[in-house]
Design a protein around this ligand. Structure first.
Ligand code: C2G
Length: 130
């Protein structure tokens, strides 16, 4: 049972997110998503449209996701990897190199981002239509 983990806000879920989750899940047999809490989003200077609980409900409906846990801070990754017996850590390559310190604990893989789609772009488009 190869276990994979990835982290993110996953606000206003779009096909770029799904593309990442699908490829991450395909690297193993079980995918854990550490979903940024509303409080951690504030630390990341991100304001999400949906609350943590709403974003969790949406992610749990995704066929590629096996478990959603909260991401509350920058420091929890090593303990998450130990606690959930993670073999592979995956992030989009906008994070390339940023989490290489995790290589002491598991495989670290950065996957190419899906171009031309983002939650911010979607939110801006929708607000321009009001
Ligand atoms: N992503 C992607 N293609 C896009 C948009 C996002 O592949 N067009 C990927 C990102 O690279 C990331 C994941 O989808 O791996 C989630 O994106 P965000 O919700 O923007 O995550 P972020 O705010 O970068 O949170 O501790 C790590 C942070 O929590 C990462």
């Amino acid at each position: 049972m190869k276990r994979v983990i990835t982290y993110g806000t996953y606000d206003v879920l779009h096909y770029g997110h799904i593309n990442l989750l699908k490829r991450a899940r395909a690297l193993g047999d079980y995918l854990v998503v550490a979903l940024s809490s509303d409080e951690f989003n504030a630390i990341k200077n991100k304001k999400s449209y949906y609350t943590y609980e709403q974003r969790k409900t949406i992610l749990e409906a995704c066929r590629y996701v096996d478990l959603v846990i909260p991401e509350n801070n920058w420091e929890q990754k090593i303990s998450d990897i130990k606690e959930y017996k993670i073999d592979t850590f995956v992030m989009g390559d906008d994070w390339e190199g940023k989490f290489d310190f995790l290589k002491d604990y598991c495989e670290v893989i950065y996957l190419p981002r899906t171009p031309d789609v983002s939650s911010t772009q979607t939110k801006n488009y929708l607000s321009s239509k009001i």
